[in-house]
Design a protein around this ligand. Structure first.
Ligand code: AMP
Length: 293
């Protein structure tokens, strides 16, 4: 595995590989890697000839009162995980490499970025879209891998790639969870043992709603209620919402299309997010809807 810090070095490595017709996969991360990131890297390694992993804690996607300065870091462990999971190039740019003096051009996502996290983290998705567009332009991947854990991010990035005609396929990888359901996250490192146990009630709520849905429940309000009833470990729930998985707009009424049940909550001072997708089978959807495809 090659480790590079400059854009010029990365381009010099990738240019001949691309010329040989190698397929380039890309996994952008903020480091402090875990098996969730590992799943993305493994999938890229399985589908591509070259897998570039970037670790860049992007300042522009953090709000002024967020955890940028304290974001957890462990480069040695990250390097080992990248190696074990099949990365071929690890890209570790400095902030000044990505945002040189005078930088002033941003990517502004539209309505998809205004609900859920967009409502509570103003500017977050603008920072995400800008850095991902820049990284796509630097790496020029054929495929880029993102986790469903950050569902709204996947929708915003996919839209951006389409809107800006970026020649990359965005692949979404299912959320990797601990045995008790807690979604792996770098921010879980902030939780002590007791908070860690309480954090698991978020996914337990989501998975209960998923089970109710699989058993035939289609009423949005009942699904949200079933989830909320189990989320007793959260100190506060910022949002728990069912949204249309394509538009990210709030969804009410009987579920007749793919929706995402999304939560953001605080356990102590740690903000955690998670979601499940509820996908009606074509037969069941027909019972509740007069529309057909
Ligand atoms: P981050 O380092 O938190 O910015 O995440 C980098 C990528 O890893 C994003 O595409 C995340 O959605 C993805 N990711 C984070 N946690 C998980 C998880 N538990 N399962 C799958 N993907 C994840």
């Amino acid at each position: 595995m090659r480790v590079v810090r400059s854009i010029a070095d990365l381009r010099a490595i990738l240019r001949p590989l691309r010329a040989e017709g190698k397929r380039v996969g890309f996994v952008p991360t903020m480091g402090f890697l875990h098996e969730g990131h590992g799943a993305l890297i493994r999938q890229s390694a399985a589908r591509c000839d070259v897998t570039v992993v970037s670790i860049f804690v992007n300042p522009t996607q953090f709000g002024p009162s967020e955890d940028l300065a304290n974001y957890p870091r462990d480069l040695e462990r990250d390097q080992n995980l990248c190696l074990e999971t099949g990365a071929t190039v690890l890209f570790l740019p400095e902030v000044a490499e990505i945002y040189p003096t005078g930088f002033q051009t941003h990517v502004e996502p539209g309505r998809l970025a205004q609900t859920l996290c967009g409502r509570y983290r103003p500017g977050h998705f603008r920072g995400v879209a800008t850095v991902v567009a820049k990284l796509f332009s630097i790496v020029q991947p054929d495929l880029a891998f993102f986790g469903q854990k950050d569902f709204q991010q996947t929708v915003v990035i996919r839209r951006m790639a389409r809107d800006l005609n970026l020649p990359v396929d965005v692949v979404v990888v299912p959320t990797v969870r601990e045995a008790d359901g807690l979604a792996l996250s770098s921010r879980n490192a902030y939780l002590d043992e007791e908070a860690r146990r309480r954090a698991a009630t978020l996914s337990q709520g989501l998975l209960a709603a998923q089970a109710a849905f699989d058993a035939g429940e289609r009423q949005s309000s009942k699904l949200v209620k079933a989830a909320r009833a189990l989320m007793t470990g959260a100190d506060s729930i910022q949002y728990l919402e069912l949204v249309d998985a394509q538009t990210m707009e709030p969804f009410k009424g009987p579920v007749d299309r793919t929706v995402a049940l999304c939560v953001a909550a605080y356990v102590g001072s740690t903000r955690l997010i998670d979601n499940v997708l509820l996908v009606p089978s074509p037969n069941l959807a027909g019972q509740n809807s007069s529309q057909s495809a």
